[in-house]
Structure formats: structure tokens, C-alpha cells
Design a binder for this molecule. Structure first.
Ligand code: IMP
Length: 380
């Protein structure tokens, strides 16, 4: 069985931790879109690893990690990341069809400030890709832009990853696909133009790898509340006490830029929309422990636009004018971070999870209750 992990909100749902957990059962772990705008923090034996490009599975021995053609790669960042790993790895494969982020892409992006991007050159690199003036690792020209030590270091990792993955499929070796960013940041389906420049939803997996796995389980990842980093509409944002609680307890700072993440209530309208786009099989609900200590919780169950019920509107102004309708539910004060099974969770916690499941119409099979590798309740 192959598995895809896709974010259902605006990113930072804790996908990396789930990838790290599930990578145990897969031979290959693949990044298929985005670039070093992503960021995962994985805690292993109390040590934190920050990864931007290399799939989180690299922290498990024997796993093969692929950066496929849909990713845009800054060679300097990749070299540093490989060098900072606990051991040196021949298990990384970089697609020769992946586009190279050049110094000029980063310079260009610094002039485009209003979208609140991560300034990693992602947008300009994808712009050149689509306008057919980009440079890929298979193009000899890429070496002209970087110091020879970077070129020398990366060259052995570059290969035809499509072929590698196709052969893996034929040998029935299992593949885990690690989505970066999330569906609400998808260039087609997200809150355009406040989005990233790639297809973060399931379609990006196919174009971004060149393979078509037959048996694929799609797990959508959603935080038990909502966060967004950067500009753009965010209907359930809470700038009051509850939002500050989520920000502080959840340590909501961007892994890539260090920016404070905006926080707010769980938006079931948004998560249902994203679940449909990806055709998810199940949901992993993360950071539920962060809500401990709040007296009342709110879940957005509807949007109203000019008094009428609405799903996520395409038009940005309409989305900005949508009024979220909430249902209120009692919170809990217990520390749930050591709970190992769903039935051992306090009653109000189970009620919260059950209600989300009902609203989004998908089974919640994983529940994150803390930062460590083992702080995840499995319900499957
Ligand atoms: P870009 O991807 O750097 O072009 O930024 C476009 C938008 O996506 C900005 O609002 C970023 O803050 C957001 N973004 C990009 N990558 C991530 C991520 O990994 N997590 C959360 N937001 C992200």
C-alpha cells in the first residue's frame, strides 16, 4: 500500500510527524512539489531536526528519500541540509527534471512583498518553469550559477527519479508521498492569489513524480484548530485570548521564516472542501493537546455570505466577506499528552473529535497529543 499525506488547511498541520511515523512502513519517501518554503520539525530522542527539502523519512535508517521533478530546489539549502543530517546519506535521490532555484529568483522575490511569501525564490522559479525559461538539474547550465563545491557535492544525488519510482512500483515496494504546504495554498484550489505556486493537492503528486500508484491511501492532515502564516483571508481567525493561547501553547512560529502564525478555530467548511478536492480516505488530526485549558471551544460549521449559506467562494472579496457560523462546545482542562488510546481520552475531547468527524465526513484515524514521536493515538 502506498500512502499520500496532504495538508487540508494552510500548512503547518504537522504532516512531517505523520510522515516520520508512517515512513517506518514504506520503503520510499517522496517530496513532489514546493521547495524549501516547507518546513518540518521532527523530534527524535529529544533532538530537533528542521527539514525543508529532504523528506522527513531520512531520519529512519534504510529509507530511500526522493526529491522528485515537481519540486523546485535551491542547491545551497539542499547541501546544508544533507550536511546537517546525523549521518551521511547515499539514500537521497534528486530528480534531474527538478527545476533549480537560482540566486536571481530569490532577488526577484524580494521585490514582491504583498503576498507574505517565504522569500525562498519559489514563485519566480515556478514562473520560469511555466514560461519555459527555467533551468533543470539535467541542463548543463545549472553548474554556472553555483560554486564548484556545491555542484561537486550534489552531482552524485541527481538521477531520473521517475524511473526509480516506476521500478519501485513494479517491485511492489511501498511509497510514501509527503505533501508540502496544503490544499488552501494550492495554486488552483487555494485562496488565490494568497497561495503558493504549486499544486499542493493530490494532482500535484502525479505531475510531480510521473508515476501513477494503483493502490494509494490518501490521508488528509488537519490541525485541531487553524493557523495561517503570511497574508490572505482566514475566516475563523481569533486575535483574542483563545488565539493567543493556541499561538503560545502550540508554539506557532513558522519553521522556515520564524514568523508568528495567525491562529483561529477549526473550520469544518474549509476542511471539508479540502477533503473533497483530495478525495481523502481518512484524516489525521494533530495538536489536539494544544486546546487543553480553554473553557469553550468553537467550530465553524457554515459560512454566510449576504445572509446565504456558502461553501468556500472562489472570489477573494467574497471569501473576505463570509461570516463564519460557529457551534460552541465545552472544552477540557486535562493534560492529554500521555493518553495512548481514544477511549482513554476525557469525554469532552472525544466529543470534540466525534463532532469534527461528523462535520467533515471522514474518519479521524490518527490523533496527535504532543510533540514527541510517540505522542500520537492510532484509531485504525
Ligand atoms: P511561497 O510558497 O514562499 O511562495 O509563499 C506563498 C504563501 O504560502 C505564503 O503565505 C507563505 O507563508 C505560505 N507558505 C509557503 N510554504 C508554507 C508552509 O510550509 N507552511 C505554511 N505556509 C506556507
Amino acid at each position: 500500500m502506498n500512502t499520500a499525506i496532504i495538508g487540508l488547511q494552510w500548512g503547518d498541520e504537522g504532516k512531517g510527524k505523520l510522515v516520520d511515523l508512517l515512513s517506518e512502513d514504506h520503503e520510499f519517501i517522496v517530496r513532489f512539489q514546493g521547495g524549501a518554503n516547507a518546513g518540518h520539525t521532527i523530534v527524535v530522542d529529544d533532538k530537533k531536526y528542521k527539514l525543508h527539502l529532504i523528506p522527513s523519512g531520512i531520519l529512519r535508517p534504510q529509507k530511500k528519500c526522493v526529491i522528485s521533478n515537481g519540486v523546485v530546489v535551491d542547491p545551497k539549502i539542499l547541501v546544508n541540509e544533507i550536511k546537517n543530517l546525523p549521518e551521511n546519506h547515499a539514500r537521497i535521490y534528486l530528480s534531474d527534471r527538478a527545476h533549480v532555484i537560482l540566486p536571481e529568483h530569490i532577488e526577484k522575490e524580494n521585490k514582491l512583498t504583498h503576498l507574505g511569501t517565504t522569500k525562498k525564490g519559489i514563485g519566480p522559479a515556478y514562473t520560469d518553469k511555466v514560461s519555459r525559461s527555467g533551468i533543470r538539474f539535467c541542463d548543463k547550465k545549472w553548474v554556472e550559477y553555483f560554486d564548484s563545491d556545491i555542484v561537486r557535492f550534489l552531482s552524485p544525488y541527481i538521477c531520473d527519479t521517475r524511473l526509480l519510482l516506476q521500478e519501485a512500483l513494479e517491485k511492489k515496494e511501498s511509497i510514501l508521498f509527503e505533501g508540502a504546504q496544503a490544499t488552501m495554498l494550492d495554486i488552483d484550489h487555494g485562496t488565490y492569489p494568497y497561495v503558493t505556486s504549486s499544486n499542493t493537492s493530490i494532482g500535484g503528486l502525479y505531475t510531480g513524480t510521473g508515476i501513477r500508484p494503483r493502490d494509494l491511501k490518501i490521508i488528509g492532515v488537519a490541525k485541531a484548530y487553524t493557523t495561517r502564516v503570511g497574508a490572505g483571508p482566514f475566516p475563523t481567525e481569533d486575535t483574542g485570548k483563545a488565539g493567543i493561547h493556541m499561538q503560545e501553547v502550540g508554539q506557532e512560529f513558522g519553521t522556515t521564516t520564524g514568523r508568528k502564525r495567525r491562529c483561529g478555530w477549526f473550520d469544518s467548511v474549509g476542511v471539508k472542501y479540502s477533503s473533497q478536492i483530495n478525495g481523502i480516505d481518512e484524516i489525521a488530526l494533530t495538536k489536539l493537546d494544544v486546546l487543553s485549558g480553554l473553557n469553550d471551544l468553537y467550530i465553524c460549521i457554515n459560512y454566510l455570505l449576504n445572509g446565504k449559506q456558502k461553501t468556500i467562494p472562489s472570489n477573494l472579496e467574497d471569501l473576505q466577506n463570509c461570516i463564519p457560523v460557529y457551534t460552541q462546545i465545552a472544552g477540557w482542562h486535562e493534560d492529554i499528552s500521555n493518553v495512548k488510546t481514544f477511549n482513554d481520552l476525557p469525554f469532552n475531547v472525544r466529543k470534540y473529535v466525534d463532532l469534527l468527524e461528523e462535520l467533515v465526513k471522514a474518519p479521524i484515524t490518527y490523533i496527535g497529543v504532543g510533540a514527541g514521536r510517540d505522542k500520537i493515538i492510532k484509531r485504525c
